[in-house]
Write a protein that binds this ligand. Structure first.
Ligand SMILES: NC(=O)c1ccc[n+]([C@@H]2O[C@H](COP(=O)([O-])OP(=O)(O)OC[C@H]3O[C@@H](n4cnc5c(N)ncnc54)[C@H](O)[C@@H]3O)[C@@H](O)[C@H]2O)c1
Length: 314
């Protein structure tokens, strides 16, 4: 579908990162933009930014993990703009807790936002897209939705998003419903994702402690994200996919190749193996050497804040 003046887009997780870039992209296309986020301050700043270009905006504080909150977002959108054409279920979080020894609330949080957030978003808007004559749905998964290795709860939630998206796409095609579906599976993008715990919900109790065992890798991931593709580039690819009615949005060929390699191993019944090199990170051998060095006597704890290390962008 064409992204044109007068049509309406909803973006969840619009307060930061990829969601904010999507909202800006849709605003530049002249669309009405509904920005939804659980973080009120970030949402207010984002709506001011998107609205500065003169387009019509609406900010709706939304917790995507709660069905009633997402239903209220859909209702507010219809009340303000009368119809909706594009919906990006984009809000997402990553937990830095130990998935096996840490509290189960970390899993509940990640699945609540990343998986249930997408399901609630789809169910809340699909009837309205159909009633309005069509539209397009975009679900933000991750390359972690096509290959594990980025943390169990995150990978599980993103695999679920890919599966849900693919099934929905098939259902809609088979029923000849004029609603397109895209799934976004990026590698590293320069956002605030590594600081996702800023939005830990108090309803789940204390935020779980971070897993110190993976600190060395985490530090490299933070650097890779700080140096990664900008969200604006990703937003342009999503806009292209919506206009071309294309399902897969795969911004990073090097990561996609790793997912293909994984499937080649599956077809050969070979056990899973860590990738020899993940784009943006030191090789597996270099990481192992760094890890071993940190266990050496007098090595001290892994340096949490090495020179030149930058926090991820927002
Ligand atoms: N940054 C990356 O490298 C990368 C890679 C692959 C996929 N992704 C995915 O991209 C999506 C966007 O994340 P980002 O990288 O822009 O990170 P980000 O932290 O910059 O933005 C995420 C936004 O989601 C919001 N949010 C968190 N919990 C929410 C909730 N319960 N309800 C509503 N909003 C909530 C946050 O307030 C924030 O504004 C996520 O689904 C993430 O998993 C990111």
């Amino acid at each position: 579908m064409k992204l044109t003046t007068g049509t309406t887009a909803v973006v969840t997780g619009a307060g930061s990162g990829i969601g904010l870039a999507l909202a800006e992209r849709f605003g530049r296309a002249g669309m009405n933009v509904v920005l939804a986020d659980v973080a009120e301050d970030a949402l207010a700043a984002a709506v001011a930014k998107v609205g500065a270009d003169g387009g019509a905006t609406l900010a709706v504080v939304t917790d995507v993990s709660r069905e009633e909150s997402v239903q209220a977002l859909a209702a507010a959108t219809l009340e303000r703009f009368g119809s909706v054409q594009v919906v990006c279920n984009n809000a997402g979080v990553v937990s830095r807790a130990d998935p096996w020894l840490g509290p189960v609330t970390a899993w509940e949080w990640v699945m609540g936002v990343n998986f249930w957030g997408v399901v609630h978003g789809l169910r809340a808007v699909l009837p309205h897209l159909v009633a309005g004559g069509g539209g397009h749905l975009v679900n933000t998964a991750s390359i972690a939705g096509l290959m594990p290795g980025f943390g169990a709860s995150y990978a599980a939630s993103k695999h679920a998003v890919v599966a849900v998206s693919e099934d929905l796409h098939l259902d809609l095609r088979q029923a000849a419903v004029p609603v397109g579906v895209s799934v976004l599976c990026p590698g590293w993008v320069r956002t605030g994702i590594m600081d996702a715990e800023r939005n830990w919900p108090s309803t789940l109790g204390e935020a779980p402690p971070r897993n110190d065992a993976v600190q060395i890798v985490t530090r490299h991931v933070e650097r890779a994200i700080a140096e990664a593709t900008t969200p604006a580039v990703v937003a342009d690819l999503v806009a292209d996919a919506v206009e071309a009615d294309r399902f897969w949005v795969l911004p990073h060929d090097d990561f996609t190749s790793l997912a293909v390699e994984r499937w080649e191993r599956i077809a050969q019944r070979l056990d899973p193996e860590p990738a020899a090199a993940v784009p943006g990170l030191p090789s597996r051998d270099e990481l192992m050497a760094e890890l071993l060095a940190s266990f050496a006597p007098n090595a001290g704890p892994p340096n949490d804040d090495p020179p030149g290390d930058e926090p991820p962008g927002a």
